[in-house]
Ligand binder design. Structure first.
Ligand code: ZN
Length: 167
């Protein structure tokens, strides 16, 4: 038999520029002076969560499903990307158990938005808020014009879930 668990990992980065939106985890960061340069809405948290979901089952990365050259994805809401990645995982009989996200950004400080971002990501994945950990780091001035994200996701096979199979 194979173990009913898989770990997925993702990494993403976007350049920051004045006059752009900054959206992280589906939450608009209204007080940001710089926003993400991207083909989509540039949500580096949702991109990394989607990539982590896909990588857990070796399904490739979001670039394969949402090519950044496709006109139809221009300015798209990245929630669509997570929904698609989640569907691909669920179709194969797996669900996310918990998610850990790290956001490296020098400004603005995001601490006050931690719960809102966690809630937003959790809602997309049908998880309790407490199953989405969000950490904030700075680059210590090394990359002030970037937002970088990393995420791990634990996936479990649905048929191995507690309460399934007459336990
Ligand atoms: Zn991205």
């Amino acid at each position: 038999m194979t173990w009913p668990f898989r770990v997925g990992f993702g990494e993403d980065a976007h350049r920051l520029e004045a006059g752009r939106r900054l959206v992280l985890g589906g939450v608009e960061i209204g007080h940001a002076e710089l926003g993400a340069v991207a083909h989509s809405d540039g949500d580096a948290v949702l991109h990394v969560v989607a990539d982590a979901l896909l990588s857990g089952l070796a399904l490739g990365d979001i670039g394969a499903y949402f090519p950044d050259t496709a006109e139809q994805w221009r300015g798209m809401d990245s929630r669509v990307i997570v929904e698609r990645a989640l569907a691909l995982v669920q179709e194969r009989g797996w669900v996310p158990v918990n998610v850990a996200v790290v956001v490296t950004l020098d400004r603005p400080k995001l601490g006050p938005l931690r719960a809102e971002i966690a809630r937003s990501v959790a809602a997309l994945l049908s998880l309790p808020e407490g199953d989405v950990g969000v950490s904030f780091k700075t680059s210590e001035g090394l990359a002030p014009l970037h937002v970088q994200t990393r995420a791990t996701v634990l996936l479990a096979r649905v048929d191995a879930a507690p309460g399934v199979g007459g336990e």
